[in-house]
Design a protein around this ligand. Structure first.
Ligand code: NAG
Ligand code: NAG
Ligand code: NAG
Ligand code: NAG
Length: 434
């Protein structure tokens, strides 16, 4: 502190000496006056040139809950600014369109990466996001903050970027991560999360359990996630289970639009229109939901088929079990009703092709009523959190406290308050009888 003040004093004295030596001090007040006038004039001209400032001013006051949520965040986090955009560590940018998106896994991030693929115009034969192959969209390198700094230094104002994100209720988000990554055949996640969760939280695990990690229960998984989030270890391990607040930092970075997974279709359609992707909207028409579901099926089926070769190296489950778990996963995701049982009973599992599986799953989806599927999702949520002990629930609420608080999610909804104990056994989330 002393060092800084004294060097500042030296600097002042030095400057004053230069001014005195150059003998310009009699005209200094006039120079200052001219300077002020110039700044005033140019500043005014600048305002005239950019009356509103940003390209999204025309819709920023639209009556949309996603804008309301962004405004609410600005109220409770008054210090958030766009200049701190670097704190949204994994955000994607599209400089051409002046858009920044902070991806949140299990909250529509694949969809939005496909939209970015369209915005970049990499392949004009794709008209709408559902046409962009998932693997292609996920393997692309979108512009990142680092690249912005290196390539565009001085030329990019954070204020000119439209910044958005999509959030989701922590209860459904973490359950969805489990159903998507741990429950089905996925040796990568089994090793990364299944093995340590079983090793830490299961009494007397078998050698096979410890080697494969293929049957971690929701309760074991949740405890593991809570411990990771509370000890700040998750960011480096996997974004699927990190808290949204940590990933996108909405109390430091100010967002313009905070959509919700719970209103994904409405919020997304609105944004597609504003981003100039009307042709996408026209091509999708009334089929947004249909396309999302079909996509979810294709994506889910893709997983086990890509791990199939692995079965000889890691014989943790049989191919027969892998395909049966996949069916249950589609049921747990609320795509196929429980009344639609596994259609390949008695069929040699090695003969079932990916395309055939997708076709059967889609047909079964069409035979499942919305009421059935809604009730099913509710029951699975109840079962999942009914299997968790009271003290672990309290720790879960505290681990995801800021997500609940910032995005307006109730941490004690009815299914938690009127919890039915499911600790003794799972019915839907079981690995038996599938
Ligand atoms: C905004 O939208 C909500 C629900 O969509 C509606 O109830 C409300 O009247 C709208 N407000 C205005 C000012 O248009
Ligand atoms: C664009 O997509 C089409 C359809 O999938 C494909 O046939 C074509 O090779 C792609 N073009 C480029 C340049 O990747
Ligand atoms: C969804 O797809 C099914 C089967 O292709 C079709 O019968 C149905 O009309 C579609 N629904 C919408 C809203 O597009
Ligand atoms: C596949 O698994 C089911 C249920 O566990 C079992 O009844 C069936 O015999 C198995 N089929 C084969 C070919 O192993």
């Amino acid at each position: 502190m002393i060092l800084v003040t004294s060097s500042f004093r030296h600097y002042l004295a030095y400057s004053w000496r230069i001014i005195r030596l150059s003998k310009i001090y009699p005209v200094l007040p006039y120079m200052l006056l001219i300077g002020v006038i110039c700044i005033g004039l140019f500043g005014f001209a600048g305002l005239q040139l950019h009356p509103g400032g940003t390209w999204f001013d025309k819709f920023r006051n639209a009556n949309q809950s996603a804008f309301a949520l962004a405004r609410y965040l600005k109220n409770i986090c008054p210090k958030a600014t766009k200049a701190k955009l670097a704190l949204a560590k994994n955000a994607h940018y599209c400089v051409r369109h002046k858009v920044m998106y902070c991806p949140v896994e299990k909250s529509g991030s694949t969809f939005w990466r496909r939209v970015f693929y369209l915005l970049y115009g990499w392949n004009t034969s794709y008209v709408h996001p559902f046409q962009v192959p998932v693997q292609e969209a996920l393997s692309q390198q979108f512009e990142s903050f680092i690249q912005l700094r290196l390539w565009k230094r001085g030329n990019v104002s954070p204020e000119s970027f439209f910044m958005f994100m999509f959030v989701r209720n922590p209860y459904t988000r973490i359950l969805s991560a489990y159903v998507d990554k741990l429950y089905p055949h996925n040796p990568v996640y089994w090793k990364k999360f299944g093995v340590p969760a079983i090793r830490t939280y299961r009494q007397n695990p078998s050698t096979l359990n410890l080697l494969c990690g293929h049957d971690a229960t929701f309760e074991e998984f949740l405890k593991f996630v809570i411990q990771r989030v509370l000890s700040n270890k998750y960011m480096y391990e996997d974004v699927h289970f990190a808290s949204i607040s940590e990933m996108c930092n909405p109390c430091k970075v100010s967002y313009d639009y905070v959509g919700k997974m719970e209103s994904f279709q409405t919020d997304s359609k609105f944004l597609l229109k504003q981003l100039g992707l009307e042709s996408s909207l026209d091509a999708i028409g009334e089929s947004f939901l249909n396309m999302s579901v079909y996509d979810a099926i294709v994506d889910s089926v893709y997983g086990p088929y890509s791990w199939r070769q692995d079965l000889t190296k890691y014989p943790c489950i049989t191919w027969n079990q892998s395909l049966r778990r996949l069916w249950r996963k589609l049921q747990l995701r609320g795509i196929i009703s429980f009344s639609q049982s596994y259609p390949f009973d008695g069929v040699d599992p090695t003969l079932i092709s990916k395309e055939e599986y997708i076709q059967f799953a889609w047909n079964s989806h069409l035979l499942s009523s919305k009421e059935e599927l809604d009730a099913q999702k509710e029951n699975i949520l109840k079962e999942a959190y009914g299997s968790v002990k009271e003290e672990d629930l309290a720790r879960f609420k505290s681990a995801f406290k800021s997500d609940f608080h910032l995005f307006g999610y109730d941490d004690s909804p009815a299914f938690i308050v009127h919890r039915v104990d499911h600790s003794s056994s799972y019915k839907y989330l079981s690995f038996m009888n599938i």
